[in-house]
Design a protein around this ligand. Sequence first.
Ligand code: SR1
Ligand code: MG
Length: 405
Amino acid sequence: MSRFDTYFLMKTTDVPEYVKEKGYVPKDAALTVKEIGDGNLNYVFRVVDAAAGKSVIVKQAGEALRISAEMHVSTDRNRIESEILQIEWKYAPGLVPKIFGYDTVMCACVMEDLSDHQLMRYALMRHETFPRFAEDISTFMVNTLLKTTDVAMEHKAKKDQVKRFINPELCEITEDLVLTEPYNDCNHRNLVFPKNAEFVRKELYADEALHLEIAKIKFDFMNNAQALIHGDLHTGSIFVKPDSTRVFDPEFAFYGPMGYDIGNVVANLIFAWDNGWAAGESAFCDWALTTIQEMLDLFKQKFLACFDECVTDRMAKTPGFKEWYLSSIMADTAAYAGTELIRRTVGMAQVKDVTTIEDPEKRAYAERLNILCAKDYILHRQAFQQGSDFVEAVKRAAKAAKAAD
Ligand code: SR1
Ligand code: MG
């Protein structure tokens, strides 16, 4: 009988016994443990065996979320995360952390320690640039997304995956926080920067044409079981070094539209641009926009090449289909870049890139830019097909946000 035979939320002091009992480190190892979690949901412990020069990460799901004690989500999310990371490792080796084990009782997984990397959001807030990022993230997305679709997988095996990764509670968070509340504040959880209160009322709460498009996008998110998506691919879910990129934290994963992942990356690079603009870091801002363009164009190029290699469905080989399919993914990318830009600007879960902009005028401007760019992406989504289309919209919004002051 072990005290880890029944679930409880571990404290730092419980973790050494846990990793020893589960066999991840020798019983006599002298360990140091630090809680390093930075997300909204889970607890993350770094366990170091200094004498052996080894370390691992233990990630445990709590029953209440860190961001709000009132929000409860099944601890099964940690099982989904462990299994997805193993699938992603198969499709995109070296671009996710290695999983060493998952414990269904404690809802904890033990994985590779990536402390030699930095959390991408914080590195971007220091205006560091990552030359490999566009290459790596486009490879990650093509390999994990296209290869898990019906065009590439045996159809019954794909449907089994849809069943296995049904993720209703985490999807509900996205349906509420991303695809409902930013447009009406129906749960009174929005956080609107006071200087932009009237702008948000007019541009988001009172725009019925926008609401109709968001309703269409929301039901696409809920019903388009296209690929096994990460589901929360923002820069706080990515570790970077100049020569390495690792995506982690796929607990929101489910079968959904590919554009949701791609659009999230686009939006989060725009948040990085906001921060760089407020700090007067023009070279960094240029890098952020160039990276959006390169990432999307590389995605398209690799997608078309990979399609020819991995397509198995007879009808999917019909001439013209792959271009049509890719074009719909680019439009979805614009739609979900837009919804991410808006929800992180006025919704409950915001991003430090923007909230730490100290000058209130600059922050208000950046937030107006995000909202105007988002509306362009959402309302004209079919027109966004090339990387440069996405970048031009940022430049248009930068001008329009000044006029909207
Ligand atoms: C209640 S969780 C808030 C947000 O944090 C996660 O990272 C997801 O983005 C979610 O929407
Ligand atoms: Mg997360």
